[in-house]
Design a protein around this ligand. Structure first.
Ligand code: FPP
Length: 255
């Protein structure tokens, strides 16, 4: 069981939420659609990129709190295949922020025993970004604590396309033309191969949609949505999501 005072100070709202959590029934995998950075900035008459920058503090807090709680996998949706439609300047700021985050936070990621991973068409990102990602992946590859999974140039449909192409390549290589398509085979060819599906999907900013995120994997995820914009999302919101998750009756289609 986690040391509660390492997560939130005694007497705080976070601490009382922690006391309501059953540590034997934590969601193993939490996925987050971090939304509302632009609206957070607009509400303050700031440029959109100020919202992305402010969102980094939320990333840090959620990563650190999840690792201390004992969450196994945290998947964060940072950049979608559709986000290339945004102005070039916003895209390049987002990429710089990612690089800056990795430069500043890698030592703390290592210290917290977190393994850094990515999902998405990462090979299409600029070479310097790929290098930063590779460095973080390599330097944390021996860590056996939480997996921090960043979705970059990610799309749920693109992932399925890539999975089917990968299955076709495998069939062509090994000549097993009688390969049977099963759910397990498809899961094994997704970017998330080897990871359990998310138990809890959090979306911030009040939007009620999935936005092409982990379409296959969230089949039975519990969804928790909040009107809070991502830059305002704090430890207490994460803990509240977990408390609410633990009140749900997960039946997986059964009774
Ligand atoms: C959605 O807000 C957010 C994004 C597209 C980017 C999220 C990125 C970060 C929080 C920073 C970098 C991430 C890491 C992991 C270091 P939006 O711009 O769609 O907001 P809006 O809907 O209010 O316009």
């Amino acid at each position: 069981m986690a040391n509660l005072e390492e997560i939130a100070p005694r007497g705080s709202r976070g601490y009382s939420l922690l006391q309501a959590i059953d540590f034997d029934r934590l969601p193993q995998h939490i996925a987050v659609i971090m939304d509302g950075n632009g609206r957070w900035a607009a509400a303050r008459r700031l440029p959109r990129v100020a919202g992305h920058r402010a969102g980094i503090a939320s990333v840090k807090e959620v990563v650190e709190t999840s690792a201390r709680l004992g969450i196994r996998v945290l998947t964060l949706y940072a950049f979608s295949v559709e986000n290339w439609k945004r102005p070039k300047s916003e895209i390049s700021t987002l990429m710089s922020l990612l690089k800056e985050y990795l430069q500043k936070e890698l030592s703390s990621i290592i210290k917290n025993n977190i393994r850094f991973c990515t999902i998405g068409r990462v090979n299409d990102l600029a070479p310097d970004i790929q290098q930063s990602l590779q460095k973080a992946i390599a330097e944390t590859s021996q860590n056996n604590g939480m997996i921090m999974n960043i979705a970059l140039n990610y799309g749920g449909r693109a992932e399925l396309v890539d999975a089917f192409q990968s299955i076709m390549r495998q069939v062509a290589q090994n000549g097993h033309r009688d390969t049977v398509i099963t759910e397990q085979l498809i899961s094994d060819h997704l970017y998330t191969s080897g990871l359990d599906d998310p138990d809890l999907l959090i979306r911030t900013s009040g939007e009620m949609r999935i936005s092409n995120f982990l379409l296959w994997q969230i089949a039975y995820a519990e969804i928790w949505m909040t009107p809070v914009y991502w830059p305002d999302f704090r430890r207490e919101h994460l803990l509240q999501a977990i408390v609410d998750y633990q009140k749900r009756d997960r039946r997986y289609g059964g009774l």
